[in-house]
Design a protein around this ligand. Structure first.
Ligand SMILES: C[S@@+](CC[C@H](N)C(=O)[O-])C[C@H]1O[C@@H](n2cnc3c(N)ncnc32)[C@H](O)[C@@H]1O
Length: 267
């Protein structure tokens, strides 16, 4: 298993920033599928636990929220924070969803995964497993990126290097940077039918604010990129310097973010 992003404090902070940015989109999707008090939820690839927080707020004290992640330190810290904040219905299970079956017995009313299928070698196999964990009457919900459209207006060469180095490293690791768009087909293969619904969320923001995320994502994949031969140390340094300069020179250039694509199906 190659996880293309880093496992550093800076990457964990980036994941929390990213979670804040998509909190409304994810919360609205949870409401669309009718997540209600008392429900049992599973967050696959829970990372820093911010979607678990959205679930806990909706299911209340009588509900159950289980996060599973291969990164035990990240998941345990997430649940510690959630419990400190009063969400005692949250728990964490360390496990690799590509290998074993790390999830405790029992069906879930909601099985959810955000930005996880993008990171596994066989998204259909993982989706099939998630469908099995979904109780009859429960709902499978996935949100994932289509990163192919990321762009700047007006264009700048520094974004070309982000596309080459960042997206190229995902591709070299065998990851599908357009996976979000393929969710309906993946649902059909894994569950036997297309999703009941899909939701596409976009975002445009100034380079002055988006630049930090571009810098952090490129920095995060750099070690794997160097290993795979898609990024050199010199390219990485040059990219960070060029981006810093572009953010100062062109703060109001408009960045189109990856599309966050959600799909859901009731079992
Ligand atoms: C991009 S992060 C997304 C985190 C969270 N879902 C969110 O949206 O904020 C991907 C997460 O999936 C986890 N992950 C990657 N591969 C995994 C696997 N095979 N089994 C379990 N977790 C995995 C990573 O450790 C990381 O926390």
């Amino acid at each position: 298993m190659t996880y293309v992003m880093g496992r550093t404090a800076a990457e964990y902070a980036r994941l929390r920033d990213q979670a804040r940015i998509w909190a409304d989109a994810t919360g609205t999707l949870l409401d669309t599928v009718g997540l209600a008090p008392g429900a049992r939820c599973l967050d696959v690839g829970c990372g820093p636990g911010e979607t678990m927080r959205l679930m806990a707020q909706r299911v209340g004290a009588t509900g159950r929220v289980v996060g599973v992640d291969v990164d035990g330190d990240l998941g345990r810290a997430a649940v510690d924070r959630l419990v400190e904040d009063g969400h005692r219905q949250c728990e964490f299970v360390e496990g690799d969803i590509e290998r074993a079956d790390p999830v405790p017995d029992g069906g879930f009313d909601l099985v959810f995964g955000r930005l996880i299928l993008l990171h596994v070698a066989d998204p259909v196999a993982v989706l099939r497993r998630m469908w099995e964990w979904t109780a009859p009457g429960g709902t499978l919900v996935v949100q994932d990126y289509d990163m192919r459209g990321v762009a700047l207006d007006p264009p700048l060469p520094v974004l070309d290097e982000w596309r080459r180095g960042f997206l190229g490293t995902y591709a070299a690791a065998g990851r599908d940077v357009g996976l979000g768009h393929r969710l309906p087909r993946l649902f059909a293969e894994a569950t036997g039918a297309l999703p009941d619904g899909t939701v596409v969320t976009g975002r445009i923001d100034r380079l002055a604010t988006t630049g930090g995320m571009l810098a952090a994502t490129y920095r995060s994949v750099t070690p794997v990129g160097i290993t795979l031969g898609t990024i050199t140390e010199a390219q990485a340094q040059r990219f960070q310097a060029d981006l810093a300069e572009a953010m100062t020179a062109h703060p109001d250039h408009q960045a189109l973010w990856p599309l966050l694509i959600g799909a859901h199906r009731r079992r």
